[in-house]
Design a protein around this ligand. Structure first.
Ligand SMILES: [Ca+2]
Ligand SMILES: [Ca+2]
Length: 285
């Protein structure tokens, strides 16, 4: 989101009043989100805007060093309650160039698939930080943010909902102003259990059994050569997809699935029970 051109306003070209919230942003080949302009004041800047409650996962797949979040020429913006989960070899979370005053980052959850808070890249106006607490201390920002695995349901599929024991649950900014009709990514209430969650998903303990179901289902053998057996679940539908997302086969309530005709390779088995679905990676030998 930005203001690349100065338009008709020559003195202080800017975009303002933008709100980006409750989005899943993943697998983009460059930064998940770029906010700002590129050559202020010749061209524009972004000011007085809000970027909150988004889940960014595995962006910059081309390893262009643009990270999950790329900021350039923005001023007086709030960036909070977001999940930034990098999953690249370059471990880049944020690149911020020429950001101006009043950029408020807080209540965000950071993680890198490498799992090390001391092997990340956050670059703010030319200073590079490689450990998360060093970045917090040096900038004085992100005092309520943390570096922890957000425990997303399935990073392979991906299913970017929160597991029931995610540290993002109820960890958003308690003073977040929620709009009257605002919903989370599932059209559920944006604030459940008195506190808003970090990320695009608000976890609803009364509905979400997703990760419990996943732990409970027994699949074997995997890798499979002939039949895969499914145990500990009843009344369900299943479907097998290849890596391109194409449906290979489907059915319901079978306690063993014939995989003899599958070519060797990796597949995803979806199991759906009522409104809940879970995915398993299976390997055909
Ligand atoms: Ca909550
Ligand atoms: Ca939800």
């Amino acid at each position: 989101m930005g203001c690349e051109n100065n338009g008709q306003v020559n003195t202080n070209p800017s975009s303002s009043g933008i709100i980006v919230r409750n989005n899943l942003i993943y697998n983009n080949n460059q930064a998940g989100l770029v906010i700002g302009g590129y050559n202020y004041p010749v061209t524009g800047k972004v000011e007085n805007s809000i970027f909150r409650n988004n889940t960014l996962f595995h962006n910059d797949t081309s390893n262009s060093y643009s990270g999950e979040l790329y900021l350039s020429y923005l001023e007086n913006c709030h960036i909070e309650n977001n999940i930034f989960n990098a999953a690249n070899n370059d471990h880049v979370l944020i690149i911020s160039e020429n950001s101006l005053s009043g950029v408020d980052l807080d209540y965000n959850a950071y993680y890198d698939a490498g799992g090390q808070a001391t092997q990340i890249v956050i670059e703010i106006n030319g200073t590079e930080y490689n450990d998360f607490s060093g970045y917090q201390q040096a900038t004085g920002k992100e005092l309520h943010s943390f570096f922890k695995n957000p425990l997303l349901i399935d990073v392979n599929q991906p299913d970017l909902h929160l597991q029931s024991h995610s540290p993002c649950i109820d960890s958003g900014n308690p003073s977040t102003q929620i709009d009257l009709h605002e919903k989370d990514i599932d059209e559920q209430s944006r604030k459940i259990n008195n506190y808003i969650d970090i990320g695009a998903d608000e976890f609803d303990p009364s509905l979400s059994l997703r990760d419990n179901i996943k732990e409970q289902i027994l699949l074997f053998p995997n890798p499979v050569s002939e039949y895969i057996h499914i145990k500990n679940i009843s009344d369900y539908n299943f479907a097998i997809y290849n890596l391109k997302g194409q449906l290979i086969c489907q059915g319901k309530n079978k306690n063993k699935i014939d995989c003899r005709n599958l070519k060797s390779g990796i597949y995803f088995l979806k199991i759906q029970k009522e409104l809940q679905q879970v995915f398993f990676k299976i390997i055909k030998l």
